[in-house]
Design a protein around this ligand. Structure first.
Ligand code: SF4
Length: 380
């Protein structure tokens, strides 16, 4: 049975109190604008950067991007590798790929970021959250935008039992649409989207601060004493383990990198030439044939180091092997192969897992002269 709509009196009280709380003071973040004065490109850029990323981490990236690509047009005309390099360290590179693809699509189709829900939905990487956030904050269109913070707040305010990212998702989005006034001429659309997120970030966090909450008297979870039980914890499948054997091929202080294909792991990024190792197989035995299929014949030498990265859905272990090319002529620079100096590796737009692996190797090589010697002796 569908849940009844929010009582108009309660809806009005929630909006009034929360917007008054917003007006009384909120965090001064670089991508915040007065209602009606937003720069859509900046709003969108911040929303993409903030997905899966903390505010403090995103701020310097946001400033650097705007300095280099101050407009959507500038970003649409940027070279892929420059944008990936600037994104380096933020992780979740699919966001960066979509950012570029959407900038180019928006420029080609509309000249700029479009201001309708339907046109925004057609852009690459614009899921329901991004559409709602950009429509409301940038263009003042009443639209729901439920990120993790808003979902937690709504689940508690209305005592939604199911996981807001699973069984409770539909209910939470329905509530968000009603509160936002989707399809109506509700004022202050951008402030409303932001205040729900702000309340979740600053008051109604994992450990809720109900005593200082502006809507404590209207909160169903608080009334029933469920504020610490809700929302229901998310059930995530155990992360899949993945082992990658990586080839470390060095020549005169530069390392050979491969531009990854457009789909799959590290799609489109520069990375050490590598191969996934099926369970039960020896990495050295997998690496050489896999690289040979890509046209790179190598002799695989000693293990040089490893790094482990925990991603959302997988635990990634990278192991680097010193490799010697058997046909050096194939190692010319080209669209697929690049030689990059050690000192540039940190800013070349490599996946974070590769940066961790190479950073460890670099430190090891510099710190331990015996390793450095053995390292150079094994390589070209
Ligand atoms: Fe969250 Fe507590 Fe406020 Fe309810 S009263 S919205 S649980 S902080």
């Amino acid at each position: 049975m569908p849940s009844p709509p929010i009582h108009p009196t309660r809806r009005a009280a929630l909006r009034r109190r929360l917007l008054a709380w917003w007006d009384a003071g909120h965090r001064d973040l670089p991508w915040r604008f007065a209602e009606g004065a937003a720069d859509p490109y900046r709003v969108w850029l911040s929303e993409v950067m903030l997905q899966q990323t903390r505010v403090e981490t995103a701020i310097p990236y946001y400033h650097r991007f705007l300095e280099r690509w101050p407009t959507l047009r500038a970003l649409a005309e940027a070279r892929d590798e420059d944008v990936f390099a600037a994104w380096s360290g933020l992780g979740y590179y699919a966001r960066c790929r979509n950012l570029l693809a959407a900038a180019r699509a928006a420029r080609a189709r509309h000249g700029t970021l479009p201001s309708s829900l339907a046109a925004l939905r057609e852009l690459p990487g614009f899921g329901p959250y991004t559409v709602g956030a950009v429509a409301s904050i940038a263009f003042g269109i009443p639209a729901a935008a439920v990120d993790g913070n808003a979902a937690r707040v709504l689940a508690r305010l209305f005592a939604v039992r199911g996981d807001p990212a699973g069984a409770g998702q539909e209910r939470v989005w329905t509530l968000a649409r009603e509160l936002a006034g989707e399809g109506a001429a509700e004022a202050r659309a951008g402030d409303w989207t932001q205040v729900l997120i702000e309340l979740g970030a600053c008051v109604c966090g994992r450990s809720p601060g109900c005593a200082r909450c502006p809507v404590e008297a209207l909160c169903e979870a608080r009334r029933r004493g469920l504020e610490r039980q809700l929302p229901a914890p998310r059930r995530r499948p155990a992360p899949r383990k993945m082992l990658l054997a990586c080839a470390l091929i060095e020549r005169r202080g530069r390392v050979l990198l491969e531009r990854r294909p457009p789909g799959g792991l590290f799609a489109g990024l520069l990375a050490l030439p590598c191969a996934e190792v099926p369970e039960g197989q020896a990495p050295e035995g997998v690496l050489a044939p896999a690289l040979a299929r890509a046209g790179l014949q190598v002799a695989v030498g000693a293990e040089m180091g490893a790094a482990v990265r925990q991603l959302t859905h997988r635990t990634l272990t990278l192991v680097a092997y010193a490799c010697r090319p058997e046909k050096p002529s194939v190692l010319r620079e080209g669209p697929r192969w690049r030689w990059i100096g050690w000192e540039e590796l940190g800013s070349a737009g490599l996946p974070t897992a590769m940066v961790a692996l190479l950073g460890g190797l670099q430190r090891k090589i510099v710190r331990d002269p015996r390793v450095a010697l053995a390292f150079s002796a094994r390589l070209v």
